[in-house]
Design a protein around this ligand. Structure first.
Ligand code: FUL
Length: 503
């Protein structure tokens, strides 16, 4: 009898525990946040997302060309030519930081083959130059200055070398890989490595003075080079015509396509022989996420030429480039070439300063912040996907539609009518890039009127329109390749210094 009682008690205890567990799990199910939206097959890495968020970065073209007034050195320039009189990498970094650039990329070696660091693998370097009596290391000074000013540091190492006697043979590749290893082992964290597409042609080549052509598809064995780079710097991003992380945007004006997908088929692209239209617009069916980087120089040339002091781009031209790069889902890589002193020239510094003040003034106040937003579809009717998320202070929160929905309309109601002429739309790209057709309407005199439209959005889409005064705006997402989602929406009034340009 006693034994039976004990057994009943044990069973009762087990039943009670099970019931308790059931109640608890039911409760947590009713308060649990729903999961995120289904991700696309092709999505960015966390490093690519962080990269895209930088928006603005800088290029520094500096070598013997600065002293010979050339754009491409032949390879026979004497290192004696390299004698900057007041080289100050801290001035570069300070100006970059004050101008809103988040990273700088230095030409450690351009096509002429002169190395800005004292490479142990060659005799055509800063060590053979008068700079600091052969004791200088411009790459070291550059990375130190970037770190001091909170900038990321990237390097350009030209695959084409018009100085090297063995260029075109397998021996040169050993030399090239040794240089890469040196740069990626001895200078701390390098965030981006830039592989230029210009390849092969005439040159000095150790005195041969001849033309050397290479097979762009096979010569460099890029796969091996990429493996080496990632082994030495696991977090680095590799730039080339074909990525794998960052791609050339297909022109040197700094313009991304109005349609710009962050996907391409990297395998379809040969470095140095790319289809520039394809790179400019990306590929909605591309199998690789490869961010578009828009490179352009603040002057006509990539290197400093005194004759171009009067041709520095105006702040308004720089702003225009910003809208066509950052505003089209790309990154702006703006080149500022140091002069023969080794400093960013005063005119370039002034243009950058005004450019920065215009961008800051324009985007300082989002006139849609805190507006009332409704949508014709909200995923699971859950506040995690609330339309209000597109105008809240959290850039990561987002609105999304239900599974199976590929079109949606969001209505933004402002507390009062406002005048605006710039629009910003952002997708939460961590789930992939989706939208391929959108328009924006405003209610004017009681009727909806379309005043802007576009194709892709991606990380950020900016639109320049004629000033509109309205209290109600509609964002119409007409087409997307998966559940549509928006993380941020903004309307702004452009700084009067911008010049009232429209798209
Ligand atoms: C090109 C090079 O040939 C130019 O000199 C410059 O470095 C530019 C960024 O890339 O391919």
């Amino acid at each position: 009898m006693g034994k039976l009682n004990k057994e009943v008690k044990v069973v009762r205890k087990i039943l009670l525990k099970a019931a308790l567990l059931l109640v608890l799990s039911a409760c947590s199910a009713c308060t649990r946040q729903p999961g995120d939206i289904p991700a696309n097959k092709v999505i960015p890495t966390p490093q690519q997302i962080a990269y895209q968020k930088m928006e603005l970065i800088g290029f520094v073209h500096f070598t013997v060309n600065t002293f010979t007034d050339r754009e491409w050195g032949n390879g026979d320039e004497s290192p004696d030519l390299f004698h900057p009189t007041a080289l100050n990498t801290r001035q570069w970094a300070r100006v970059a930081q004050e101008s809103g650039l988040r990273q700088l990329i230095l030409t450690a070696k351009h096509h002429d083959g002169f190395c800005l660091w004292p490479s142990q693998f060659g005799e055509h370097t800063v060590k053979q130059s008068p700079y600091k009596a052969g004791q200088g290391d411009v790459v070291r000074e550059f990375v130190d200055a970037c770190r001091e000013y909170g900038l990321k540091a990237g390097l350009y190492l030209s695959p084409w070398d018009r100085n090297h006697a063995m260029y075109g043979s397998p021996e040169y590749l050993d030399y090239y890989r040794n240089q890469l290893s040196e740069l990626l082992s001895n200078y701390g964290e390098i965030s981006e490595i830039w592989f230029d597409g210009a390849n092969g042609g005439t040159g000095y080549y150790g005195g041969a003075y001849e033309e050397r052509r290479i097979d762009r598809e096979t010569y460099y064995q890029w796969g091996q080079i990429f493996d080496l780079v990632k082994r030495l710097q696991p977090n680095i991003l590799i730039f080339s015509d074909a990525g794998p992380d960052i791609r050339w945007i297909g022109n040197e004006h700094g313009f991304a396509g109005e349609t710009n997908w962050s996907m391409i088929d990297a395998g379809k692209t040969v470095i140095g022989a790319a289809d520039t239209k394809y790179l400019n617009s990306g590929d909605p069916n591309g199998t690789n996420w490869v961010v578009g980087e828009c490179d352009v120089s603040i002057r006509p040339g990539w290197f400093y030429h005194q004759s171009q002091d009067s041709l520095v781009k105006t702040p308004q031209e720089l702003v225009d480039i910003y809208y066509k790069s950052v505003g089209r889902n790309g990154l702006l890589l703006l080149n500022i070439p140091p002069d023969r002193r080794g400093l960013f020239h005063e005119r370039d510094v002034q243009a950058l300063k005004t450019f920065k003040s215009i961008i800051d003034e324009t985007f300082q106040v989002n006139l849609a912040q805190g507006a009332q937003v409704t949508a014709d579809n909200t995923r699971l009717q859950h506040r995690k996907f609330s339309p209000a998320n597109i105008v809240d202070a959290d850039p990561e929160s987002y609105w999304a539609a239900d599974d199976g929905v590929s079109q949606a309309t969001l209505e933004i109601e402002l507390p009062a009518e406002v005048l605006f002429d710039r629009i910003m739309i952002q997708e939460p790209i961590r789930f992939g890039q989706r939208i391929s057709q959108f328009s924006v309407e405003a209610e004017l005199d009681g009727t909806w009127q379309k005043f802007a439209e576009g194709t892709t959005v991606g990380y950020k889409r900016l639109l320049r329109i004629k000033p509109v005064k309205a209290g109600k705006i509609r964002l119409i997402l007409a087409e997307s390749n998966n559940v549509p989602a928006i993380s941020n929406f903004g309307i702004f009034k452009a700084s009067s210094a911008e010049g009232a340009a429209i798209d």
